[in-house]
Write a protein that binds this ligand. Structure first.
Ligand SMILES: [Zn+2]
Ligand SMILES: [Zn+2]
Length: 437
C-alpha cells in the first residue's frame, strides 16, 4: 500500500526562504524517532536529514518529503532510515552516511519489511525499493568534508552506536551541527561524541529533564543481579535490541563475568560481524572480537535447545515483540529460578511493557502468565539532560533546536535550562517551517 501520492501531499513550501536558513520537520520535531528534517537556504540549497519511521504498533510515518536530491542518514536505527527506500524510489535521492550505516541499512530495511508483512501494517515502499536504496549510498569517512552546492558537509562521530554520525554544515552565512542520536559518554562499543563549534545546534532531547544513573553503578547493579540468578541455578534471559545493545551487553558480561556460559541469538550476531569489519569505527575492536569469540553463537535449532541450559541468553527482540526471545521465554517461564532482565526502553503496547505492567504477555497468540523475577537496567546511549547542556555550551551554539523529544515532559525542562545557559531555543512542531536569520 502506498501512503503518499508523491508531490501532492507534501506541505513543504515551494519557494526557498527569502533569507537565512529554513528548517522544516516532516517528523521527529515533537516526538521521539520518526525523524525527517528539511534544511534550505535562500539560494535554494536543500538537504534532508534522516527519514525514518517510528516502530510503534501501528508504526508512525513522517510527512511526505518534497523533492530532495541528497539526504544524510545519521545512523542505522529504523526511526532514522526506515523511509529511505521510498525516498530513493520516488525522488532518486542520494543517501550519504558512514560505511557501517550503509552496510547495516540492508538488514534493517529487510527486517522492517518482514515485520510489517507479519503484522500486516502498510508500508509506503516495496521490497524492490530496497535494492534501489542500496544502490543510492554515498559513503563518507568521519572528518572528511564534501561539498553540496554551496555548503560544506562533514560527518563527526556521535557515540550512540557504531557508525552513528553528527552532521556539520558550513553555509556561506552560518554553521550548523545536527546531532542525530548522540551520547557524549563512552559505551563498550563506541567513544562519546566530541563537541564541534556551530552557530546553530540541532540537538536530540530524548533524555531532557532526566539524568542517567552513574554508568559504573548501573553496570555493577546489573552484574551482581546476573550473578545472583546464576548462583541460584537460574538462566537470565536478556531481550536486547540487535543494533548496538546486544553487542554492548555481551561485552559487559565478558568483561565482568568471563566464567559464565553466555549464548547470543538473533539479528545482533550479524550486526556484530558488520561492526568487526570496520574496527576503526569502534572504541576497542579487539574487546568486541574477544567477547564475540567467547559468547556461544546460536545458529541452529539444536543450539537453541542447548542454550536453555546457559547462564545467560542475550537475544532479540529487545521489547519482546517477536524473535527468538519469545521462544526462550515460552520455555524458561515455568522455572522460578530464571529471570528476565530488560536493558532498554520498553515502548507502550509492546510485549515487554505489558509483561512489566501486568505480568502477562502474548506468546504465539496465547496470553501467557509469567511470574519470573524481572529487572530493568538503564544502558541508554542517548545523552542525558546534563550531557546535552554541557554539549550545547561547548559547541558555543547561539541557537539550539531541540527535537527527537517528548514535547510535554522531556522538552520543557531542557528548554528552560538551555535558555538559562544563554542560548536562543527553538521548539519545532512537525509540519511547520521556521527560519533562523
Ligand atoms: Zn532515534
Ligand atoms: Zn538511534
Amino acid at each position: 500500500m502506498v501512503l503518499y501520492s508523491p508531490g501532492r501531499t507534501s506541505a513543504y513550501p515551494d519557494e526557498p526562504p527569502v533569507s537565512g536558513l529554513r528548517f522544516h520537520y516532516l517528523g521527529g520535531g515533537d516526538e521521539v524517532g520518526n525523524v525527517g528534517i528539511v534544511l534550505e537556504d535562500a539560494q535554494g540549497t536543500r538537504l534532508l536529514l534522516d527519514y525514518g519511521i517510528a516502530p510503534t504498533s501501528p508504526p508512525r510515518y513522517p510527512k511526505e518529503a518534497p523533492v530532495v536530491h541528497d539526504a544524510v542518514i545519521t545512523h542505522s536505527h529504523i526511526d532514522h532510515l526506515g523511509m529511505a527506500p521510498w525516498l530513493c524510489a520516488h525522488h532518486r535521492t542520494r543517501l550519504h552516511g558512514t560505511i557501517i550505516t550503509s552496510e547495516l541499512s540492508d538488514m534493517m530495511w529487510r527486517d522492517c519489511y518482514k515485520v510489517s508483512s507479519i503484522e500486516r501494517y502498510p508500508l509506503a515502499w516495496d521490497k524492490r525499493d530496497i535494492d534501489t536504496a542500496l544502490d543510492s549510498w554515498y559513503v563518507h569517512d568521519f572528518g572528511v568534508p564534501w561539498t553540496h552546492h554551496n555548503w560544506e558537509l562533514t560527518l563527526h562521530p556521535a557515540g550512540h552506536i557504531p557508525g552513528a554520525a553528527m552532521l556539520h554544515i558550513t553555509t556561506p552565512e552560518t554553521s550548523v551541527l545536527l546531532t542525530g542520536d548522540f551520547d557524549t559518554r563512552d559505551s563498550s562499543l563506541v567513544s562519546g561524541a566530541q563537541p564541534v563549534q556551530a552557530d546553530i545546534l540541532f540537538v536530540e532531547g530524548t533524555y531532557g529533564g532526566r539524568d542517567h544513573p552513574p554508568k559504573q553503578e548501573e553496570i555493577d547493579r546489573f552484574i551482581s543481579s546476573v550473578e545472583a540468578i546464576v548462583k541460584r541455578g537460574g538462566t537470565v534471559l536478556i531481550p536486547a535490541f540487535a543494533n548496538g545493545r546486544t553487542q554492548d551487553v555481551v561485552m559487559m558480561l565478558h568483561e565482568y563475568l568471563p566464567r559464565l556460559n553466555v549464548h547470543v541469538d538473533g539479528m545482533g550476531k550479524r550486526v556484530a560481524k558488520t561492526h568487526l569489519n570496520h574496527p576503526q569505527l569502534l572504541r576497542d575492536a579487539s574487546a568486541l572480537e574477544r567477547a564475540w569469540r567467547w559468547a556461544k553463537q546460536v545458529s541452529s535449532k539444536s543450539d537453541r535447545k542447548k542454550a536453555l541450559a546457559a547462564d545467560v541468553i542475550v537475544t532479540t527482540s529487545g521489547m519482546l515483540e517477536g524473535g527468538p526471545a519469545l521462544w526462550y521465554l515460552n520455555r524458561l517461564r515455568h522455572d522460578q529460578k530464571n529471570a528476565i532482565f530488560f536493558t532498554g526502553y520498553q515502548a507502550r503496547d509492546t510485549g515487554g511493557r505489558n509483561l512489566l505492567e501486568t505480568g502477562t504477555i502474548s506468546i504465539y497468540g496465547q496470553q501467557a502468565h509469567v511470574s519470573l523475577d524481572m529487572e530493568q537496567f538503564s544502558f541508554s546511549t542517548h545523552a542525558g539532560h546534563q550531557e546535552i547542556l554541557n554539549f550545547a555550551k561547548a559547541c558555543q551554539a547561539k541557537h539550539v533546536v531541540v527535537y527527537h523529544t517528548d514535547p510535554n515532559h522531556a522538552r520543557p525542562p531542557l528548554v528552560e535550562a538551555l535558555v538559562e545557559q544563554g542560548h536562543t531555543v527553538h521548539e519545532p512542531k512537525n509540519g511547520e517551517s521556521y527560519v533562523i536569520n
